[in-house]
Every structure is written in C-alpha cells, then in structure tokens.
Design a protein around this ligand. Structure first.
Ligand code: AMP
Length: 283
C-alpha cells in the first residue's frame, strides 16, 4: 500500500496508471476503521484494479464541536487493517491539503428537501459540510467509481445529488450495512459506548423488526411513536427520530400499502453518543 499525504503526489501517481480512472475505485472514510469500512474496500477491490481509501476527519461536517473532538482516531491500526485487506492507496491528507482555500470557503449545494429532513434537520449544516469535503475529495481523486455505505443512507442520497450537480462522471455504489452478531450496525462511534450502553444499543436494530411486524396493524405515526418509546424504555436517553419514509426521497409516509418498499430510519442517543441506522422493509 502506498500512503500519500499530498494532493499533488497522489494526482501524479494516479495519472500514470493505465487503470485510471475507469478501473479506479474510491472509498472515503473518517478512519477508526471496522469491518463495515473494509466491506466497502472489498466491494471496490472485487471490481476495480486500483483501490483508493481516504482517512480524513472532516471538521466542516460536525455541527457539535465535542463530537469532533471526541471522534476516535486509530491511525496505526487503520493502516495495518488496510494493508491486510489489500488496499492499494491510502490518502491521508491534512486539513490544509484538502481545504486549500481554507475551511471557511463559501460554497452552497442545492440539496433540496434532503437538507431539511431527518439528519438534515437534526444536524444543521452537516450535509453542506459533507458536500464541501466530498466535492474536494472527489475532485482530487477523480475516481471512476465511488463506494459508500447504506448505513448512512441519507448521505448516499446527498452524494448522488452532489455528483449530479457537479456533473462528475463517477459511478456510485451503495454497499449494505455490516452488523455485529446481535444486529448493531458497525460504527466508529460504537467505540465510545460503555459496556452497559453497548448492550442497550441493539434496541435500534430490534425496532426494525418491531416495525416490520406491526406495519399493517397500527397507523404509521403510532408505530413510529411506539418504536421511539421502546428505545427510551430500553435505556436510550433521547430519540431524534424514528421515520418510516419513502426510500426515494425520504419524505415521511402517512400510510403504507401491502408490499410497499419503505425505509425505516432511526437516530437516538445513549448518553453523549448519537447512533443512526436504517433498514429497508417490504411492508
Ligand atoms: P465514516 O468513516 O463513518 O465516515 O464512514 C465511511 C464510509 O463507511 C461511509 O460510506 C459509511 O456509510 C460507511 N460505513 C460506515 N459504517 C458502515 C457499516 N456498518 N457497514 C457498511 N458501511 C459502513
């Protein structure tokens, strides 16, 4: 694996590869790598000749400063994991390398309702920050293919929109969520959970089953409220949302018909740690 810290060096290297850009895949991450990240890499390697992983904790996407400060950094073990998994290139830039015009550079992305719904609503400015960094990273790497996780389903929709807006010739691939044995979605933030909270965390996954089982028995809004209540009863300290939504635009649904495809999305806190997860359900 070759590690690049400078944009210019990475670009020069890629330009000279015959597999660039058509057979070059990109996996952007914020590090503290787990099996979910490695699954993105494995999908990328299956179809591509060159895999590029980036590790960059993006300051502009954290609306909560303490979340940014407490974001886990495990760079040495990340490098070992990537080498073992057969990654070709690790891009490990500084903030100054990515934000060559400074982090305060004004730019606004037209994300429509995606920005005011769910994560957009509860984390103001978050998706503008995600677009800001992805705009930079995509223009630096200019891959033929991009691999991101459905764990962050709304983020996938945002990035597809960014690719459209920016008229980039990049194929987008959404990879299924990798889960722990009990169903908890793998996440770098799980590292911050106490042992007791780690046990409670599985309740999010259980609500997907609860909602699927009861989707034709209760009204959608009642079911959402009931699932939120279940989370609080199992020890979650705050629920931002439980949403049964249209998978194509994330608009909330008022009712669900037989065999309809819906996306259930949940965000909730265990103390200071905010967890998100989602799942498609066929009603
Ligand atoms: P992050 O490092 O949290 O910014 O995530 C980097 C990429 O990994 C994003 O595309 C995430 O959606 C994806 N990802 C995070 N957790 C998982 C998981 N459990 N399964 C699959 N992909 C994941």
């Amino acid at each position: 694996m070759i590690i690049f810290k400078k944009v210019a060096d990475l670009k020069t290297f890629l330009k000279n590869q015959p597999a660039y850009p058509a057979k070059t895949g990109f996996v952007p991450t914020m590090g503290a790598l787990h099996q979910g990240h490695l699954e993105l890499l494995s999908n990328c390697r299956r179809h591509m000749e060159i895999s590029v992983v980036s590790i960059f904790v993006n300051p502009t996407q954290f609306n909560d400063l303490s979340d940014f400060k407490n974001y886990p950094v495990t760079i040495e073990s990340d490098i070992l994991k990537l080498e073992k998994a057969g990654c070709d290139i690790l891009f490990l830039p500084s903030v100054e390398e990515v934000y060559d015009k400074g982090v305060d550079e004004e730019k606004h992305y037209a994300l429509g309702n995606l920005e005011s719904l769910l994560e957009g609503y509860y984390r103001p400015g978050h998706f503008q920050g995600v677009c800001k960094v992805m705009d930079k990273l995509l223009h630096i790497v200019l891959p033929g293919h991009l691999y991101m996780g459905s764990k962050d389903y709304q983020q996938c929709m945002v990035i597809k929109r960014l690719i459209d807006i920016s008229k980039l010739a990049i194929s987008f691939h959404m990879v299924d969520t990798v889960r722990e044995a009990d169903g908890l979605a793998m996440s770098s933030r799980n590292l911050r959970l106490s042992e007791a909270d780690r046990e409670k965390a599985v309740s999010i996954f259980r609500q997907f089953g609860y909602i699927k089982e009861n989707i034709h028995r209760s009204a959608v809004s009642e079911l959402q409220d009931q699932a939120a209540d279940n989370l609080l009863k199992s020890g979650f300290t705050k629920v931002d949302y439980v949403s049964i939504a249209d998978p194509d635009n994330l608009e909330p649904l008022n009712s669900v018909s037989k065999a309809q495809r819906v996306r259930v999305l949940i965000a909730a806190f265990l103390g200071p740690v905010r967890l998100i997860d989602n799942m498609e359900i066929i009603a």
